[in-house]
Design a protein around this ligand. Structure first.
Ligand code: ZN
Length: 204
């Protein structure tokens, strides 16, 4: 499986990083090897000085498809989870400045936290109104709602599947709301969709 991530999908987050609002979704990928195994601590690798958390809703693809029209996109997923797109921010800024690909800053070991459990999409009244949040050391640092996405889930699936064939088990990280920040050794994180705890992990 693969992980496809969407960058710059929430206006306030675009502003906090002084990025331009994109004309089309910004996409990048992480390999399956980037997933932090459940219950493992997150060891920050010695590749950068500043690591940021980005909490994101995650869509799990349930069948193969490409060139999927947004009207039919809902047939390609039935579960929503939560993840953290861990980013080596100083390294990413260096790569951005040079116009180089982001993989080294985005796809390293354990850079993808993914909830073990996913929620059946039919349990949500409206997929475009899902609250999610991240707590760091007991304090809420990010809180978002899927209504704030520039491109909604079905639009993302249409766009992504023009470039990349989606397969069963693939995960789409749908972008982070504002409030991203540093993670440091001993920090403890809890992620929530509505009031359901989706994951927790500790940084080492
Ligand atoms: Zn992200």
């Amino acid at each position: 499986m693969k992980i496809i991530c969407v960058g710059r999908n929430y206006v306030k987050h675009i502003k906090e990083l002084n990025n331009e609002r994109p004309k089309d979704p910004v996409l990048f990928m992480k390999p399956d090897s980037a997933i932090l195994p459940d219950k493992n601590p997150l060891y920050l690798p010695p590749i950068a000085n500043e690591f940021h958390y980005e909490v994101e809703l995650v869509v799990k693809i349930n069948k193969i498809g490409k060139f999927i029209n947004k009207e039919f996109a809902h047939r390609y997923y039935d579960q929503i989870g939560l993840g953290v797109d861990i980013t080596a921010r100083d390294l990413q800024n260096e790569l951005k400045e040079k116009g180089l690909p982001w993989e080294k800053a985005k796809a390293f070991h354990n850079s993808a936290v993914v909830s073990k459990h996913f929620i059946d999409k039919n349990r949500f009244e409206d997929l475009n109104n899902i609250n999610f949040s991240l707590k760091k050391n007991g304090k809420t640092v990010q809180a978002g709602n899927s209504s704030q996405m520039l491109w909604k889930i079905d639009e993302l699936i249409e766009y992504i599947s023009k470039f990349f064939m989606l397969k069963k088990g693939d995960l789409i990280f749908t972008g982070t709301p504002s409030g991203v920040g540093k993670m440091e050794v001993d920090d403890e994180f809890y992620g929530y969709i509505e009031n359901i705890e989706m994951f927790h992990f500790k940084v080492k």
